[in-house]
Design a protein around this ligand. Structure first.
Ligand code: PMP
Length: 355
């Protein structure tokens, strides 16, 4: 402990986003990345932007990411003023906490959800209530229907993969007219219903998305918030006082190209969904309980084998999955859907370990 640390820093636990393997070629199913590369158009756009001598790198990027926001707006049938672009959805969420979630009443989110939410609440001095999920890990709608100091839900939720319906989200938004409801749709493209269609109707709804998962651009760090122009203006005000150039030049052109190749995006998502169902069936045959998932990962528990030991035995074989040392879920593993070959290797390794 350092005497120069503030109280908040003393209480913070550094975020470790899943182990980064030391070896070059592990089977990495622990951080929910996409198993397939981005569209070839993305590679071409980045190379073009870079130029042979990297000429464009000496110039600042567009601070407003205008071309990117126009492309994404056209893609979703929205106006660019309804979109905020940031350095990954983590940064977009951080700005959201600072700009929109500070309230006299506590912000509500589930007790099992993306671990950054309580961290941001602590960092940005936002009071919150973490509300237990139901026994089957579903979100109990009634817990979010009183007017709270804001609601933050990942849909599908992480690490469970369970999704809420659009009708449920609309009820939550309607029941919280005096605060902002944030729906974090990091994994929405793998089978859940997006709330984007609601933003024109509800000025208190903010939808957050990322290019990290379904568009295979985790390394580029590009995320978005979608909402009423006044919610977006609040994020821009905060952004300007932190980093007026949140997106670098290569990230802007890469994300733009990703939105210009819908065929690649749709077939990539479909491939992951098909592999997820195949993996689910194989795991169930091996005696795992699998929580229904609308994401690119499965949340599983084996009746007779302890999760942490299983993760360790897999790691010995260079297969990385995620175990959380947290109450209520420490018997579960979160497994990212990999390529079909990676899923087959996982199943073969589990067969050896469990036999
Ligand atoms: N929300 C959720 C629910 C996530 O799981 C993640 C990824 N770990 C993020 C947001 C952040 O994603 P990114 O910053 O890569 O956009």
């Amino acid at each position: 402990m350092c005497r120069y640390w503030s109280d908040v820093v003393q209480r913070l636990v550094p975020y470790i986003p899943g182990e980064q393997p030391a070896r070059a070629d592990p089977i990495k199913l622990n951080t929910n990345e996409n198993p397939y590369p981005p569209s070839p158009r993305v590679i071409a756009a980045v190379a073009r932007e870079l130029g042979q001598l990297g000429e464009s790198l000496r110039r600042y990027p567009d601070p407003l990411a205008r071309r990117l926001r126009e492309t994404v707006a056209a893609h979703h049938g929205l106006k660019p003023e309804q979109i905020f672009a940031g350095n990954g959805s983590d940064e977009v969420l951080a700005h959201t906490f600072r700009a929109l979630l500070k309230h006299e009443k506590p912000l509500r989110f589930p007790d099992i959800t993306y671990s950054f939410y309580p961290t941001y609440a602590l960092l940005y001095d936002v009071c919150y209530e973490a509300i237990p999920l139901a026994d089957d890990f579903s979100i109990r709608l009634e817990d979010y229907l009183g007017d709270a100091g804001g609601v933050l839900l990942a849909n599908p939720n992480a690490p469970t993969g369970r999704a809420l319906s659009l009708a449920d989200i609309e009820q939550i938004v309607t029941a919280n007219p005096s605060s902002v409801v944030v729906i974090d749709e990091a994994y929405v493209d793998f089978g859940a219903q997006s709330a984007l269609s609601l933003i024109d109707h509800y000025p208190n709804l903010l939808v957050v998305q990322t290019t990290s998962k379904a568009r295979s651009l985790a390394g580029m760090r590009v995320g978005f918030a979608f909402g009423h122009v006044l919610l977006i203006e609040a994020l821009n005000r905060v952004k300007d006082s932190f980093n007026s150039y949140p997106l670098d030049r290569l990230a802007q052109v890469a994300a733009q190209a990703a939105y210009e190749d819908d065929d690649h995006f749709l077939s990539n998502c479909q491939h992951v969904i098909t592999s997820r169902e195949r993996l689910r069936q194989a795991l169930e045959r091996q005696g795992f309980d699998v929580v229904p998932s609308a994401a690119n990962f499965l949340f599983v528990r084996h009746a007779s084998f302890h999760a942490e030991a299983l993760a360790k035995r897999l790691k010995d074989r260079d297969i990385f999955v995620r175990h959380f040392k947290l109450p209520r879920i420490d018997r579960h593993l979160r497994i990212t859907v990999g390529t079909d070959d990676e899923c087959d290797a996982l199943i073969a390794a589990l067969r050896e370990i469990l036999d």
